[in-house]
Write a protein that binds this ligand. Structure first.
Ligand code: NAP
Length: 254
């Protein structure tokens, strides 16, 4: 919570309805941020996240917006601006695995669905956040945190090259934008989670897969969404004021 004289900072968290995105939205609210979350299908889950933000004493805005659609992302940022009047951080969290698919079954529409959501969606939102936050364009600077994956450096699960490669692109985008946006007062970093207990793993066996793989993690367990969220909160806030262009692994040593 902020003192009465402090203006609350504002963050947009894409895919804030469930999993890691929800944990990030709640962690930011607990650190005194007003939070706009987006989702694509699950409005009930999005409303639950909004209630958790409000329980932390902060304001919440929920916007249904597909990050794979440039028009939807424009509307997301417009609605957030109308509600809050400022932007201090973007967390590019929305993402999909796209199921398991061998390279021998490559499919144009499938590849587009994964790259459109994970890569193009991150670009669309980063572009709009840059315009809103640039201290050369009337903004006050800020932070962009891209949720990448340890898969970008390990190659990921079997038959998920599409997912690993999309996160490799997110890493590269992070490194490039960190340099381009530093003169605009915007820091750009990525967090690379390892195996985190969320519903995303339904793409490849769900809880059974997590239980099987947990012993292969050096720390001997999967991680929680909150363990990722706390690092994202750090990267959004002033304690990380000299961190730019970092690809931070939150993966239990994996
Ligand atoms: P999750 O539980 O499946 O949640 C995904 C979230 O993204 C949901 O809020 C979903 O909205 C939203 N979403 C999906 N596609 C979207 C789209 N096109 N437009 C807008 N929102 C969309 O996944 P998660 O595990 O929390 O993953 C969050 C991020 O962490 C992803 O980028 C993922 O790649 C990354 N990550 C996760 C892990 C892990 O082990 N869990 C590891 C490494 C990286 P709805 O609720 O409306 O469906």
């Amino acid at each position: 919570m902020n003192s009465p004289t402090q203006v609350a900072r504002v963050a947009i968290v894409t895919g804030g309805s469930r999993g890691i995105g929800r944990a990030i939205a709640v962690a930011l609210a607990q650190q005194g941020w007003n939070v706009c979350i987006s989702y694509i299908h699950n409005s009930a889950a999005a409303q639950e996240t909004a209630e958790l933000i409000q329980q932390a004493g902060m304001r919440a805005l929920v916007v249904k917006a597909d990050v794979a659609s440039y028009a939807d992302t424009r509307r997301l940022f417009d609605e957030s601006h109308k509600a809050f009047g400022r932007l201090d951080a973007l967390v590019n969290n929305a993402g999909i695995v796209g199921g398991q698919r061998s390279i021998f079954d490559v499919d144009e529409a499938h590849l587009h669905s994964v790259f459109d959501a994970n890569v193009l969606g991150s670009f669309y939102c980063a572009a709009q956040a840059a315009n809103a936050m640039s201290n050369q364009k009337g903004g006050q600077g800020g932070a962009i945190v891209n949720i990448s994956s340890a898969a970008s450096r390990t190659g990921g699960m079997p038959q998920e090259a599409h997912y690993a490669a999309s996160k490799g692109a997110v890493d590269s985008m992070t490194l490039a934008l960190a340099k381009e946006l530093a003169p605009h007062g915007i820091r750009v970093n990525a967090v690379r989670p390892g195996l985190i207990d969320t519903e995303i793993h339904e793409a490849h066996g769900g809880q059974a897969t997590l239980t099987k793989l947990a012993p292969t993690v050096p720390m001997g367990r999967v991680g929680t969404a909150d363990e990722v969220a706390q690092v994202v909160g750090f990267l959004c806030g002033p304690l990380s004021s000299y961190i730019d262009g970092a690809l931070l692994d939150v993966s239990g040593g994996r």
